[in-house]
Design a protein around this ligand. Structure first.
Ligand SMILES: [Zn+2]
Ligand SMILES: [Zn+2]
Length: 107
């Protein structure tokens, strides 16, 4: 699937080799809108918000929107949580994990 013209701004970026672009097709989603989607990360089993277009340069407005949506999901799931914006495995596609407070070791 190609995300195209969702906001009337022409073609969205999509990378066939990118796991996060791929995941948009198959993951169960907690939330989706025209800016982002939130799904359980298959590697970490915690919710993560993923920007729709492939890239790492969301506008400040998009960024705030995404963190707000993630906060809603994470608060419902964990109560207390923290945001992990370290893109360790997929540096080329903007995403942030919400991790339960005190339950993710090593960071
Ligand atoms: Zn993960
Ligand atoms: Zn991507």
């Amino acid at each position: 699937m190609v995300w195209e013209g969702l906001r009337g701004m022409g073609r969205e970026r999509f990378d066939d080799d990118c796991e996060l672009c791929e995941a948009a097709k198959i993951s169960p989603w907690f939330h989706e809108d025209d800016v982002c989607w939130i799904a359980e990360c298959e590697a970490c089993a915690t919710p993560m918000v993923v920007w729709r277009p492939h890239g790492i340069d969301p506008s400040e407005q998009d960024r705030l929107h995404m963190l707000e949506r993630l906060e809603a999901v994470a608060t419902e799931q964990f109560g207390e949580y923290w945001l992990d914006d370290n893109r360790r495995s997929i540096p080329g596609h903007w995403h942030v994990h919400a991790r339960p407070k005190g339950k993710f070791y090593g960071f």
